[in-house]
Design a protein around this ligand. Structure first.
Ligand code: UD1
Length: 386
């Protein structure tokens, strides 16, 4: 790995580097936690500061994850919650910039592809602060997805790009990102998954919901492309109506989806499906237990496609594309879109295979050690500073 001396990193050989670790949305917490814990092992190198933008703020979308992951409360909380994309991104940039000017970190680490990732990377780079992006190079090639815009822009302004797969590096190179900025370190979210999985038997969620191992399907939905349009949401619900006649469905409802189900007056339709259990979003421990024990997961999440690959649970993704093709090539993931018939036939297909669905292998470096690799790169960079 060629490590270049960065002109803009503000630190000296003998002083610790102040590092802002940015979290905003639910999928960020499990990516930041292992990096934070690894950095903590080197107190003479890093002074780490957790900055929470406030993008997600409900207990079940935020604070429970801090508890499950053993993270202390955020050092800085920006308190920017809901809003349209422009409002949310703009307000995070304004509040984050104030903290950058006050605290003067030498490095900002952003993860994933949520609006907080985009906002904080732009605010930092404009002040000449080095930005490291964890999980860079993922591309769905679908620019109607807000996350795709966030990924492209964040990668284009970042100084250090940490990738999870070979394909991600290729995507970055095609976009003209210099090779010496890219580090293939593996999947840091899987570091957290291995840890929480070993604790998942502490969860009483199956008992609480009256379900048993492999006798139910888990459903999660939150993509605007599925839930913000009534006809698309109905397509999916029509499929669930048929599927639940065959097997129980547990549906932790994301706040966006809850809002849209109410707006489109679809709650009654859902409630009439007697074999579907609607629940609040779950914390990390309970959700991991729910995933591990599921017969199948139907989802439009990005992270769940990766987690099911490691857990070897069949995953049917309710999208036409994925920025994580390795989960289809090497894992348990299949893209089924949001066509009613296709969702039903794919689900019945997996149920009828009964145990003979394709099994997965862990992609390279999805081994629980990605955070070690990331911190090693960062330490080397600091050591190169005069
Ligand atoms: C965001 C991310 C998406 C990620 C998802 C995980 C962007 C563009 N999208 O989508 O990539 O997969 O998080 O959940 O950043 N809300 C609450 N309570 C909360 C959080 C949100 O009620 O704790 C409400 C908001 O007020 C808003 C809606 O849910 O109306 C959506 O939240 P938002 O953060 O805008 O986007 P997500 O759909 O959660």
């Amino acid at each position: 790995m060629g490590i270049k001396k960065s002109k803009r990193i503000r630190s000296t050989k003998n002083s610790k580097m102040k590092v802002f670790l940015v979290v905003g949305g639910r999928p960020n917490f499990m990516k930041v936690a292992p990096i934070y814990k690894e950095m903590k092992k080197y107190p003479s190198c890093f002074k780490h500061v957790i900055v929470h933008t406030g993008q997600h703020y409900d207990k079940n979308m935020s604070s429970i994850f801090f508890k499950n992951l053993g993270l202390h409360s955020p050092d800085i909380f920006l308190g920017v919650s809901a809003g349209n994309h422009g409002q949310q991104t703009g307000r995070i940039m304004i509040e984050f910039e104030k903290q950058l000017l006050k605290e003067k970190p030498g490095l900002v680490i952003v993860v994933g592809d949520v609006n907080s990732t985009l906002a904080c990377s732009i605010a930092s780079v404009k002040l000449g602060i080095v930005v490291a992006h964890v999980e860079s190079g993922l591309r769905s090639f679908d620019r109607t997805m807000p996350e795709e815009i966030n990924r492209i822009v964040t990668d284009s302004v970042s100084d250090i790009l940490f990738t999870t797969s070979k394909e991600a590096k290729e995507n970055l190179l095609k976009e003209g990102i210099p090779e010496n900025k890219i580090y293939f370190v593996g999947n840091v979210m899987i570091d957290s998954l291995y840890k929480i999985k070993s604790m998942a038997n502490k969860s009483g969620i199956l008992r609480k919901l009256g379900i048993t191992n492999k006798n139910y399907i888990t459903l999660t939905l939150h993509r605007p492309s599925n839930v913000d349009y009534k006809n698309k949401l109905v397509n999916i619900l029509d499929a669930i109506k048929i599927i639940q006649q065959k097997i129980k469905v547990v549906f932790p409802v994301h706040p966006r989806t809850d809002k849209m189900l109410k707006k489109f007056r679809l709650m009654g339709y859902m409630n009439n499906m007697k074999n579907v259990t609607l629940i609040e979003p779950l914390g990390y421990l309970d959700f991991t237990k729910l995933m591990v024990s599921s017969k199948i997961i139907l989802t439009d999440s990005g992270g769940i496609q990766e987690e099911t690959t490691i857990l070897n649970v069949p995953c049917l993704t309710l999208r036409e594309n994925t920025e994580r093709p390795i989960t289809v090539a090497e894992g348990t993931n299949e893209l089924v879109g949001n066509n009613t018939k296709k969702i039903i036939s794919s689900t019945m297909g997996v149920l009828n295979y009964d145990g003979n669905y394709k099994s997965s292998r862990a992609p390279r470096y999805w081994d629980g050690k990605a955070s070690k690799r990331i911190v090693k790169v960062l330490k080397n960079k600091i050591n190169l500073i005069d």
